[in-house]
Design a protein around this ligand. Structure first.
Ligand code: IPM
Ligand code: MN
Length: 358
């Protein structure tokens, strides 16, 4: 029996709905494999601002530090987006949490599912077989560099240290070693000093990984290559902002951003969250795709070294996908609700067999 403490941060918009399904699946795993998962939920984002005045309350941070892993839904509310002068914003909660937990590596797998190829606006023959793992640096760059603003000038400084690049580069090289042996560093080394440091550090580290081939691409070209020929990529390593942009772009390959999970790892507790945002227009409608959150839970199980359990969840997701038990963005003719998709996956994990949905 494995005992683990999981803090759930449902957040805003569809966050609570998709988290509920991910927790349901984790509970099914606990029951089936006889583990003991203790769940505790805490506030982050707009909901936290509303009830405490702060996007990342002290209690929330303390809970995350206590936990073995954190599962996050999504944060963000249009109320703050429309006010460029807002002093407190939901995003500060997420960024503050990443920094406080030392989550320097954000890992985002992108897969083209065979039965969903026609849902992508890209040609099926172009994306078929694509399987990319993005390593996005998460606690440096222009997100966290010196910032300033007055009425006529603003700046966000992009800073990277050798150490910040080194630690994530090793993780990305190890991942490439265990996959197809190709690592692509995406940067803008023809213009940016930080990018030139990334190249230098990665070139040096490459010597330690003779089995990994290293490719270098400028980010503008990488953005084009991702949709022209996504199969050419194995592991992509890149800085914070480029990784943010490219992972949304890459979601088009999978047919829906509602399928993309992520893991953020680093010094302390790891955090697992869907790549999608809080999708406020869909809140409470039961139309949000819970699969990104459920696959994030599978990454959490993997992090606990529960390989068989993680595989059971991924197999159940695969079954939902191939049986078309999917929400409306992927199944227009007979869409299932967020809850039905989650229940199907949880039961499949539990029973290893199909269930009737009403
Ligand atoms: C993401 C999100 C965040 C980011 C926002 C919500 C701060 O877009 O996780 O990709 O930019 O990192
Ligand atoms: Mn993003």
């Amino acid at each position: 029996v494995l005992a683990k403490k999981i803090v759930v941060l449902p957040g805003d918009g569809i966050g609570p709905e998709v988290c509920q399904e991910a927790v349901k699946v984790l509970q099914a795993v606990a029951e089936k494999y006889n583990h003991s998962f203790t769940f505790r939920s805490a506030l982050l984002g707009a909901c936290a601002i509303e009830s405490t005045g702060q996007p990342l309350p002290e209690d929330t941070l303390a809970a995350c530090e206590w936990a073995d892993a954190v599962l996050l839904g999504a944060i963000g509310d249009p109320k703050y987006d429309q006010d460029p002068a807002a002093k407190v914003r939901p995003e500060q909660g997420l960024l503050g949490l990443r920094k406080a937990l030392g989550l320097y590596a954000n890992i985002r797998p992108v897969t083209a599912y065979d039965t969903l190829l026609e849902h992508s606006p890209l040609k099926p023959e172009r994306i078929s077989g694509a399987d990319i793992l993005i390593y996005r640096e998460l606690t440096g760059g222009s997100y966290f560099g010196e910032k300033g603003r007055d009425s006529s000038l603003a700046y966000d400084t992009c800073t990277y240290t050798r150490e910040e690049i080194t630690r994530i580069a090793h993780l990305a090289f190890k991942a490439a070693e265990s996959r197809h042996g190709l690592l692509t560093l995406v940067d803008k080394a023809n213009v940016m000093e930080t990018s030139r440091l990334w190249r230098e550090v990665v070139q040096q580290i490459a010597i330690e990984y003779p089995k990994v081939e290293v490719d270098y691409l400028y980010v503008d070209n990488a953005a084009m290559q991702l949709i022209l020929n996504p199969r050419q990529f194995d592991v992509i390593l890149t800085e914070n902002m480029f990784g943010d942009i490219l992972s949304d772009e890459a979601s088009v390959i999978g047919g829906s951003i509602g399928l993309l999970p992520s893991a953020s790892v680093g010094a302390h507790t790891a955090l697992f969250e869907p790549v999608h945002g809080s999708y406020p227009q869909a809140k409470g409608k039961g139309i949000a795709n819970p699969i990104a959150a459920i696959l994030s839970a599978a990454m959490l199980l993997e992090y606990f070294e529960l390989k068989e359990e993680a595989k059971a969840v991924r197999d159940a997701v695969q079954k939902a996908i191939s049986s078309n038990i999917l929400t409306q963005e992927l199944n227009q003719t007979s869409p299932y609700t967020t809850e039905q998709v989650g229940t199907f996956i949880a039961y499949t994990v539990l029973e290893g067999s199909e269930v009737e949905l009403h």
